[in-house]
Design a protein around this ligand. Structure first.
Ligand code: ZN
Length: 164
C-alpha cells in the first residue's frame, strides 16, 4: 500500500490549490539513509500560485526535525528543518526563458508529481554536507583537544610503536 501523495503540478499551480500533510521520515529512503534516527515526521504545506508574469509556481514549506549523525563523534545531531522554497514550473513556454537569469529554483511540469519525493528533495538540498556538533557540544571535541594539548605524548607513543 502506498500512502504517497500525487498531484498534477501545473493544474495545482494554476488553480491555486493548497495541500498540507505529514511525511513519516522513515518513508523517505534517500533522506533517512543519512540520518542517525529514522523516526518522526515532517510537516509540509504546498501552495499553487502564479507570479506577476502568470508563470505557474509551487511554494513549499517544510517543518520538523531530523536527527543527523555528527561526522566527528557519530552521535545524534538534532537539526530543525524550517524551509520555504519557491519552485517555478517549467514547461515548453517557460523552459529556458528566465529561470537561470532570475536565479529561481525550477522543476519540470509533472502531471504525476510525488509530493513526498519533492519534500525529500528539498530537505536533502538544504542539508549540510558534513554535519557536526558545534564546538563544545561534540563528544569528540574534548578528546581532540586532549590530543592536541600533548603533542609529546603522541610523539612518544609513535616512538614506542616504531621500536616494537
Ligand atoms: Zn559530535
Amino acid at each position: 500500500m502506498s500512502a504517497r501523495v500525487i498531484i498534477d503540478s501545473l493544474e495545482f499551480a494554476l488553480n491555486g490549490k493548497e495541500l498540507r500533510g505529514e511525511v513519516p521520515i522513515g518513508m523517505l529512503d534517500r533522506l533517512s539513509g543519512e540520518l542517525f534516527d529514522r523516526g518522526g515526521n515532517l510537516q509540509y504545506s504546498l501552495y499553487g500560485q502564479t507570479d506577476q508574469r502568470q508563470r505557474p509556481q509551487l511554494r513549499l514549506e517544510v517543518r520538523g526535525e531530523v536527527l543527523l549523525q555528527c561526522q566527528r563523534c557519530l552521535g545524534s545531531l538534532p537539526c530543525p528543518i524550517e524551509l520555504v522554497t519557491q519552485l517555478l514550473l517549467l514547461d515548453e513556454k517557460t523552459s529556458d526563458v528566465d529561470a537561470g537569469v532570475e536565479d529561481l529554483d525550477a522543476i519540470p511540469v509533472n502531471a504525476e508529481l510525488d509530493v513526498w519525493s519533492l519534500v525529500e528533495d528539498e530537505v536533502l538540498l538544504a542539508q549540510q554536507i558534513a554535519p557536526r556538533h558545534m564546538e563544545g557540544q561534540c563528544e569528540a571535541a574534548s578528546k581532540l583537544k586532549d590530543d592536541a594539548a600533548s603533542p609529546f605524548a603522541a610523539l612518544a607513543g609513535l616512538k614506542d610503536k616504531q621500536l616494537n
